[in-house]
Write a protein that binds this ligand. Sequence first.
Ligand SMILES: [Zn+2]
Length: 461
Amino acid sequence: MLWTSWVGALLLLTAVGWRSALGQAVPITLEGGTLLNPESPPIPNATIVIQDGRILCAGAADTCRRPARSKSVDVRGAYVGPGLIDSHVHYGQTGWVDGRPDAVDVRAQYPYDSVVSVLASHPETFHRAYLCSGVTSVFDVGGFPWSIGIARETRNSSSAPRMLAAGPLLATIRVLPQMAGQFVFMNDDSTVRAAVRAHRALGADALKVWYIEVPDSLRPHMKAMLMAAADEARKVGLRLIVHATELRAAKDALQAGAVVLVHDVFAGTIDSEFVVAAKRNGTIVIPTLTVLEGYADVFLGGSPASRYPFDCVDRATRAKLETILPDTLRARGKAFWGGPEAARLRETGADNLRRLYSAGIPIAMGTDAGNPGTAHGPSVYREMEAMQEAGMPARAVFAAATIVAARALALDREVGSVAAGKRADLVVFGADPTADIRNARQVRFVVRNGVLYSRDDLLPK
Ligand SMILES: [Zn+2]
């Protein structure tokens, strides 16, 4: 019976073409569903009114009334929540190895410059995959300077998720020359400070330091560079976000004042010193558990399709994800990803997530999409499920994927919950994701900036 109301709404949508002129002028009312806000109790039989890209009101039917002239969508039996937010993505990477020649070199078949030029000129492929998966905001935490331009264009878009971008990463190691456009090597103090000011001038939304471990002899220098980057970022008003996956490095990042750690700690067990420092900063941690599974799939010849659905993924990306690399290319990583060391990283990541959660450290959902095996869009489902499997209750995972992620993007006044005045970025689920996060896969409708799409509208053609 539920299905019939959805079908009815779908037909109505097609009939009136809400995505065009009518959508802006006439309010849309979602009626009869259960309203899910991440930090308050669910409200059954709720009404949500949206107009001109904003939420006019949301709540019980007697507190939020349907305007006389509005288009009504019957969502009885369904669950309406804020749009999901992936707080760790890379539009400069494809989701497969052709975007990471430093991991697997397929440049003979997929010339890297051509791969990047397609990424730069066709962000709409990933925009659609995100919306199709119920994701209405993303944080690109490192990439080419053009990612900042793409992010700016999404600000008031109804056909792309709202995107923030950090631009090129300040790095402790040198990368392949072809990938250099995404990195600034932290050679000395003046290079670092000039890079931070350049980020500010370009319009970056944050400053990301790629704090990869270096030999002990170079550590003091790189720690000084991290501190210089942090100091300059403070001066120009950029938020510091850091990649630091070893405990010692993550503590350096906290000492530098990082407000977001873009990964969990995968090596070393989180201790009270870490927790105290993270609490002092109010640092938000993004676990990115599934990116490890993605690399394992690539090197062990597994398919990500067994971990998350592919139907929101465009055909070209899907074909790549379904390709099993020849043994010669997999040889390098096979022993590692199939061995005890990779298993230990996964176990430590899950164990640290449990520790962070029980210590009350805010956790935001992020996938590291774009990395090999981690597709833009539907990989959010597997990430949320991995967080639940690690011991976070479904409600906490839902909060991590909405309001806490909004805080990680410093966009929580704009998105992350369903409240009057906020941007109308919503998802209608067919089952309750706060009862079991696996229900988040059941996306029925997505509203981005006030425009309502059925999921079918968003599937790749
Ligand atoms: Zn990343």
